[in-house]
Write a protein that binds this ligand. Structure first.
Ligand code: DQQ
Length: 591
């Protein structure tokens, strides 16, 4: 009962905070609202800062760690440098939310205080053991080795989970032995419980140049033994970081608890490749008796053939099972791509993607990612186009809403696939190269057509970020190429402006339609093609945004075939309340 009262008192407090924010007159423009917040909280106005993406109020952020739902609250921990905007002094930052959209910052959950983590509290995860959350994380110890540690809530009845204990009688719980490279042994995954009564977790490791996803087993979650065989290994791809291993349903979009291993399911092994700084995943079967993961047919030990979680700019993603809504949710770190000098000037660096629900497509092959439904709470003004013909060479502006914070959903329809160009097979493993060859002056067959976002309001749209499609024919099969050109995204120097490309896993010959959902938020643009089959996150720094000018949004078609916009909906987005420091709220003394 006392626990329940505490939870109610807390939720009441949090709702007052949100009511205060909701009470901002709607006539107040976003920019003014931001200025008021900035003045209130002593920040300088910074137009690169996002409005509805997760980021701390200042300093460096990288990997999302240990997300969970507990006693009415979502928790997100993250790799955090509490004293500066560049990577270093890594601890676990901590925030809570009732809706995954608005976040309250708490004090650090894990700090570098003990010999087993004195040089860093690196990535890890949360597992529910007998109903209570337990953290497994990598510590950089006093000998600068990667070791694995465990931490428990000091008071499990505190829904905020403000204090964590790291018992020195257990820690470290795993140390690098034998062939394990002590510099490359990290990121324990969420644990799962087997039929044999043993807990399991996996840790990424480099063993004499081989990537191994090492499997550890335990009966009590504190004493762990390394299994003779890894869960999976790769000879050719270098160190795998942040392994995430979870079951997915073959017959529903619902998420599954990590320990489920029966029914119509598959397993997904997701990881970050240090070599490419991209996240990949493999779909397959988990043989619990042998404790190995067997990727589905067609698997080769060649990372160029593996599906990439997001073909843009994300890394070190982490998913969790949200028992409140029976779904699996994913966060990914979106690093900055401006210069370190810029980050020092801004005083911050790094954001998380907007949370995405993930599930396995009915084809049993690809993961689908889609912004969680709670995003709708931020939508305000809406504009719509229906059955709008986008003639060859056309560019049409979407007006009526402000578009530097927007949610756009568009479906393109093609009257025919005739005239699709072909491409050289050598591009199959390197679609971004094919994208690089597409220029505005080269009028293609089908496409390029798509969106221009964050455009500057001057003749010729000097600054613009293009996200577009082009349909090709390759060995009798139609293929949809998705591209993003960042080369004109900003007039600023010293900013990374690559081209991203991917083939979208759809059969366009079926209904001749392709959709694109785009979340625009000042310096980040998240793209979801074909209902979330192919994702591409972009980091952009348009100069006009920095100087406070408004941005435009366009649909365009440079192909020689006319394209129909079956439907386009675009919403202006409100600012979420994200990690605005509130000292009354976070005080540890009240635990
Ligand atoms: N980031 C953490 C490591 C992880 C890497 C350190 C991935 O634990 O392997 O901040 O970005």
């Amino acid at each position: 009962m006392a626990r329940l009262l505490l939870l109610h008192a807390f939720l009441f407090q949090i709702s007052i905070l949100f009511i205060k924010i909701d009470a901002v007159p709607s006539s107040l423009l976003n920019s003014e609202y931001q200025q008021i917040q900035d003045l209130c909280f002593g920040n300088e106005i910074d137009p690169d800062r996002t409005a509805f993406h997760f980021q701390p109020s200042k300093n460096w952020l990288n990997d999302p760690n240990g997300p969970m739902y507990y006693k009415g609250l979502y928790h997100l921990f993250y790799q955090y440098n509490p004293v500066g905007p560049l990577w270093g002094n890594i601890t676990w930052g901590h925030s809570v939310s009732t809706d995954l959209v608005n976040w309250e910052a708490l004090d650090l959950a894990l700090d570098r205080t003990d010999p087993f983590d004195i040089n860093g509290c690196w990535s890890g995860s949360v597992t529910f053991v007998s109903g209570e959350p337990v953290i497994l994380y990598t510590g950089i110890d006093d000998k600068h080795r990667n070791v694995q540690n465990i931490a428990f809530p000091k008071n499990g009845s505190d829904p905020l989970l403000r204090q964590w204990v790291k018992p020195s009688d257990y820690n470290p719980i795993m140390v690098p032995r034998g062939d394990i490279d002590p510099d490359n042994f990290r990121d324990p995954s969420t644990g799962w419980f087997g039929q044999d009564g043993y807990w399991r977790t996996v840790v990424g490791a480099n063993m004499k140049g081989r990537a191994e996803i090492l499997l550890y087993k335990s009966q009590n979650f504190t004493n762990w033994t390394k299994n003779e065989f890894p869960l999976h290994e790769s000879l050719s791809s270098g160190m795998w970081e942040c392994p995430d291993f979870f079951p997915v349903s073959l017959s529903s979009r619902d998420g599954l608890d990590p320990s489920v291993n029966t029914g119509n399911i598959k397993h997904v092994l997701k990881f970050g490749l240090m070599k490419t700084l991209r996240d990949y995943y493999l779909v397959g079967t988990y043989d619990e008796k042998k404790d190995v993961f067997i990727p589905d047919e067609g698997y080769e030990d060649d990372y160029r053939t593996w599906p990439i979680l997001d073909y843009g700019h994300i890394y070190a993603s982490k998913s969790f099972f949200d028992g409140k809504k029976n779904r699996r949710i994913l966060w990914s770190w979106v690093n900055e791509s401006d210069s370190e000098a810029d980050d020092i000037k801004k005083g911050w660096s790094g954001i998380q993607t907007f949370p995405r629900a993930i599930w396995l497509d009915a084809d049993g092959k690809q993961l689908i990612q889609w912004p969680i439904e709670e995003i709708k709470s931020l939508r305000k003004g809406q504009v719509q186009l229906r059955d709008f013909e986008l003639q060859s060479g056309a560019r049409h502006e979407i007006t009526g809403i402000s578009t530097s914070q927007a949610d756009v959903d568009v479906e393109f329809e093609l009257p025919s696939l005739e005239g699709a160009e072909s491409f050289d097979d050598s591009f199959l493993l390197d679609p971004s190269k094919l994208c690089d060859e597409i220029t505005p002056s080269d009028k293609g067959g089908i496409g390029p057509f798509g969106l221009l976002v964050l455009t500057s309001d001057v003749e010729g749209l000097e600054e613009h970020t293009g996200i577009f499609f082009k349909v090709y024919k390759n060995s009798d099969k139609y293929m949809v190429l998705m591209c993003s050109h960042l080369r004109s995204s900003s007039r600023r120097e010293g900013v990374y402006k690559p081209t991203f490309g991917a083939f979208v896993g759809v059969d366009i010959s079926k209904d001749k339609r392709i959709s694109l959902r785009t979340l625009i938020d000042h310096s980040v643009v998240e793209n979801f093609a074909a209902g979330g089959r192919t994702c591409m996150t972009l980091r952009v720094y348009p100069k006009h945004v920095l100087t406070g000018q408004t941005s435009g949004l366009y649909v365009f078609n440079l192909g020689s075939l006319d394209v129909n916009i079956k439907e386009l909906n675009a919403w202006e987005m409100a600012r979420a309340r994200v990690n605005i420091r509130n000292d009354d709220f976070i005080s540890k003394d009240s635990v």
